[in-house]
Design a binder for this molecule. Structure first.
Ligand code: AMP
Ligand code: ZN
Length: 499
């Protein structure tokens, strides 16, 4: 079986494989770094992460490029209001974005491209478009794309653009649905705005131009997959296709993946509704990064995800269940006192493990159905726990089950517990940003440990280890890590330090 993924362009499930037989070349629209990312943004980045990880698990190499939009209308407006250069303004949010990705364990793309570092490529693209009759300058020194030059416009979003007026223009980066107009490729410098002196005049690129120029720069004129949230389908991706195909006369991306929007408690997320959450907001409320990751990826990307706090609590329990089960499998001394070496494979266990593996892969092969993939694994956990309770799970069987769990975690990545680090980093950030009032009191209390309390916990851990109570020893280590205390075991005893 190979992965079949819904393709917005063809309107059907298409097989996804590298067209050059080597690596799957994919471009995912990255963030506009003007604020902290919200959980809707991260739903989209996580969906792309699931795709990327599943391809890797399937043995497909990937070349994944993501842009950072570090110049656009909103950035210029906000940096201006803050009275700082745009680079200084965006650096903060770019770093925050990468920190958030790390907390959510989103793998880094092979290549990250900043818009402001590719201005020359964008200028060249405008020049090529002008030579092809698809771009024209206006009196103020801006450049526009001539929609009439690209009759296929609308083929991705399948919008009826019959009412399109020739020559009507729009210059904002984000514009309303159904207002197909000639759009700005390049915006002439306005007083006080960031701009570049170039062969097509002084100005700055439009948002759509950035992605065409950078994707083709690193992936070639035709590549395998382009992804983003559903809002980008029109006009952003439609415009990217128009800009690119008008000069190359080749299909730009073969496959288009769009991630459905996230709702919060059934409503559109917005600051005025009071239901707008960044990742940091949730970490400071005491939710674990792994549970947030699991909650955001468990609904297949083409279904609407209704994010709720009940759902997050459920995901927290699910992560615990996975971790407890993995620990049980790794533990060679079964509670029933049975030796793991007593016998070989059990046909029933083999069947359970084999079915889980088959169902897991089949679900992800089918348009990345993460809900079914997850259900296959939880089904296995339930059945094997029952067998283990009656002493019927043995070493060789548990190894097979662990291998399936490893496949699951290659995509879901929630079993290994690194939550304490993410929580600690979020609290440290809240402290530095003067936002400690947003941290729940329980979480704060756990963060603030005196040296004496640390010493006491370290001593308790040493005793626990002597008693071979490794579970307690491990729990103490994790508790300390959550408070930013790291332990170093050496032959002279245990040393601790604050991070
Ligand atoms: P932006 O930083 O606004 O350019 O958005 C980054 C990514 O997040 C884009 O792919 C958007 O389509 C996506 N996105 C924005 N809002 C949501 C949402 N509520 N649910 C899912 N994805 C979203
Ligand atoms: Zn883009």
């Amino acid at each position: 079986m190979t992965l079949r993924l819904f393709n917005t362009l063809t309107g059907q499930l298409d097989e996804l494989a590298p067209s050059d037989g080597k690596a799957l070349r994919m471009y995912a629209c990255g963030p506009t770094v003007y604020d902290y990312g919200h959980i809707g943004n991260f739903r989209t980045f996580l969906a792309v992460d699931v795709l990327r990880r599943f391809l890797l698990l399937r043995g497909v190499a990937v070349r994944h490029v993501m842009n950072i939009t570090d110049v656009d209308d909103k950035i210029i407006r906000n940096a201006g209001a803050a009275g700082v250069p745009i680079g200084q303004y965006t650096a903060v949010y770019e770093q925050a974005f990468f920190d958030d990705l790390e907390a959510l364990r989103v793998q880094r793309p092979e290549l990250i491209a900043r818009a402001t570092e590719h201005i020359e490529r964008m200028v060249e693209l405008v020049q090529r478009l002008a030579a092809a009759g698809a771009a024209y300058p206006t009196e103020d020194g801006s450049w526009y794309f001539r929609l009439k030059a690209f009759p296929e416009y609308g083929k991705l979003s399948k919008k009826d653009l019959g009412g399109m007026e020739d020559g009507a223009r729009v210059d904002v980066d984000e514009y309303e649905k159904d207002s197909a107009r000639d759009f700005a490729l390049w915006k002439a410098a306005k007083p006080g705005e960031t701009s570049w002196e170039t062969a097509i005049g002084r100005g700055r690129p439009g948002w759509h131009l950035e992605c065409s120029a950078m994707s083709m720069e690193y992936l070639g004129e035709s590549f395998d997959l382009h992804a983003g949230g559903e809002d980008l389908m029109f006009p952003h991706h439609e415009n990217e296709i128009a800009q690119s195909e008008s000069v190359t006369h080749k299909p730009f991306a073969r496959h288009w993946m769009h991630v459905r929007f996230l709702l919060v408690e059934g409503r559109k997320m917005s600051k005025s509704e009071g239901n707008f959450y960044t990742l940091r907001d949730l970490l400071l409320k005491g939710f674990k990064a792994s549970a947030i990751r699991l909650a955001l990826i468990s609904v297949p990307y083409r279904h609407q995800l209704n994010f709720t706090f009940d759902g997050l609590t459920e995901a927290t329990a699910a992560v615990e269940r996975l971790r407890t089960f993995a620990a049980r499998l790794k533990n060679t001394e079964w509670p029933a006192g049975l030796s793991p070496h007593t016998r070989g494979a059990d046909a029933e266990v083999f069947e359970i493990v084999d079915t889980a593996k088959r169902d897991f892969y089949a679900a992800l092969d089918n348009d990345l159905n993460t809900a079914e993939a997850r259900a296959a694994i939880f089904d296995m956990i339930r059945k094997l726990n029952t067998l283990a309770d009656s002493g019927r799970l043995h070493l060789s069987d548990s190894r097979a089950a662990l291998a399936v769990l490893a496949d699951f975690d290659a995509v879901f990545d929630v079993i290994e517990d690194r939550d304490a680090e993410a929580t600690h980093a979020a609290v440290a950030w809240a402290k530095a940003a003067g936002r400690l009032q947003e941290v729940t009191p329980e979480l704060l209390a756990r963060q603030e440990l005196t040296g004496e309390a640390i010493e006491a916990l370290v001593a308790e851990r040493t005793v626990a280890k002597k008693r071979r109570d490794f579970a307690r020893a491990d729990q103490i280590r994790k508790e300390l890590a959550e408070k930013g205390v790291v332990l170093e075991d050496s032959k002279d005893g245990v040393r601790w330090k604050r991070k």
